[in-house]
Design a protein around this ligand. Structure first.
Ligand code: GLN
Length: 496
């Protein structure tokens, strides 16, 4: 089998045993990128020279008899919202064009420490605001299943890169669904860890109380290995949790659900859901039952208010976080010809540097936080947030995990929702509650919708710091479905 088709765990083992070199593995993926990325546009920056140098370093360590970790020498695509001191970091925005950060994000540093080979930086919706990667200032990424469709967002470059075999692993960030939704619509695995379980240091901030780095992979075990590699306490992040990383790799290997209580969220899955999505979801629930799980319906009445609450909280935080992009400190500066005041230059820079969705969010957030409206909007949304956390707590007294479809529909055509922000926002209907409460949640492939033959994702939500349950249940579903399909879902993708 060609190197690009192997799993990350297999590649790590082959490299550690010396059967293949990390350089060969990196080169095979760089060749794949050169072959398919002109159509996919998953990468904003390919770092061929530094990738080969990192791979060479791993091969030298092995030759010197040093022990290598499970992912040493394995290639990875890195979302361009994490700072990297040796590569540009744009966050998908014109305002950061040409910006080279002076430091590495904690996630970046931990990838390097684990010996992962960073192939380059992946495309995203500008400042991670969107569900389709169409809001990137550098052109949309295309879904490898159907090049006329979106790969999800905001981490669409990362999902497409893994689905198109350009990398076995990639990083993402999930503020309202930006890992799980792209994973679902490209037929791969994407995990949002418990908030505070993975570091935000060096992650360009969108909504700081929600932003959560997490892994993408083509199977559950690979996602768990990557999760373990970059997660855990970080003193540089003030909201980082002082707890050990949950035993995610062990859980992915365990892959059984016997005796587990699974709650089906009653509020998700009615009008507005594609029939093929609901059909695959119901089959996945039946499968869990046949594997020995006890399935019950659970009501989470506040989940219906999650989307409006999110669209007050996330824009409010973004309006504050994005104030730092003023044309003075980073990247783009417009109109600084010696005749204009600093305020005028800032206004011109922000007008030219931010795209329409970012401007919309800054305006919404500024409004929601303005005096006289603060209590009615931001304050109410914060109260809803508490209610959602209580719904989760009550549910996890009854069940061990909650399940739902990851998204109401499969990948939609590029352009279809570009002029309809509400339709775009609905893509995150099922994913947002876990962000507002900080819970762990994963998306794993559960089949293809009958209408369009496109991938459907199953979302598995667990309590705070119960990340291992997501992997345990996800791996059990994966194992049973791959037996049925005769291999991973991706083998059905027509353009691969
Ligand atoms: N699609 C959601 C938004 O546009 C979530 C984005 C994300 O998780 N970064 O805000």
């Amino acid at each position: 089998m060609s190197l690009i088709r192997k799993t990350a765990a297999e590649l790590g083992a082959l490299i550690a045993s010396g059967e293949v070199s990390a350089v060969e593995v990196a080169q095979a993926h760089l060749d794949r990128i050169a072959e398919v990325d002109p159509q996919i546009n998953a990468f904003l920056h390919v770092a061929a020279d530094s990738a080969l140098a990192q791979a060479r370093a791993v091969d030298e360590r092995r030759a010197a008899g040093e022990p290598l970790g499970p992912l040493a020498g394995v290639p990875i695509a890195h979302k361009d919202v994490f700072t990297t001191k040796d590569m540009p970091t744009t966050a998908g925005s014109k305002i950061l064009e040409g910006y080279r950060p002076p430091y590495d994000a904690t996630v970046t540093a931990r990838l390097r420490e684990a010996g992962l080979v960073i192939l380059g930086k992946t495309n995203l919706d500008e400042f991670a605001m969107g569900s389709s990667t169409e809001n990137s200032a550098y052109g949309p990424t295309r879904n490898p299943w159907d090049l006329s469709r979106i790969p999800g967002g905001s981490s669409g470059g990362s999902s497409a890169a893994v689905a198109a075999y350009q990398a076995p692993l990639s990083t993402g960030t999930d503020t309202g669904g930006s890992i799980r939704q792209p994973a679902a619509v490209t037929g791969i695995v994407g995990m949002k860890p418990t908030y505070g379980g993975s570091s935000r240091y060096g992650l360009i901030a969108f909504a700081s109380s929600l932003d959560t780095p997490g892994p993408f992979a083509r199977n559950v075990l690979d996602a768990a290995l990557l999760h373990e590699a970059f997660s855990g306490h970080d003193s540089m992040d003030s909201t980082s949790i002082h707890e050990p990383v949950p035993p995610v790799v062990e859980a992915a290997r365990r892959a059984d659900v016997a005796g587990l209580r699974v709650g089906v969220v009653k509020e998700f899955g009615g009008e507005g859901y594609q029939p093929g999505v609901l059909a695959r979801f119901r089959e996945a629930v039946d499968l869990l039952e046949s594997l020995g799980a006890k399935v019950v319906e659970v009501s989470c009445p506040s989940f219906g208010y999650a989307l409006p609450a999110y669209y007050l909280i996330a824009p409010s935080e973004c309006s504050s976080n994005l104030a730092r992009f003023d044309g003075m400190r980073y990247g783009l500066r417009v109109g600084d010809d010696g005749t204009r005041s600093a305020e005028e230059v800032m206004a011109l820079t922000r007008a030219a540097g931010f795209g329409p969705e970012v401007k919309r969010r800054i305006m919404l957030g500024t409004y929601a936080l303005s005096s006289g409206y603060y209590d009615a909007y931001y304050g109410s949304a914060q109260k809803v947030r508490t209610l959602i956390a209580r719904d989760f707590e009550a549910a996890f007294h009854q069940v061990d995990v909650l399940v739902s479809p990851t998204t109401p529909t499969t990948a939609f055509p590029i352009g279809e929702r570009a002029d309809d922000p509400m339709a775009m926002y609905l893509a995150d209907l099922c994913t947002i509650p876990a962000n507002l409460s900080g819970n762990a949640a994963i998306s794993v492939p559960c089949g293809l919708a009958d209408e369009d033959g496109l991938p459907v994702g199953l979302q598995i939500m667990a309590p705070v710091l119960g990340d291992d349950r997501c992997y345990r249940v996800g791996a059990a579903v994966e194992k049973a479905l791959e037996d049925r399909w005769g291999g991973p879902l991706l083998k059905e993708a027509p353009s691969l």
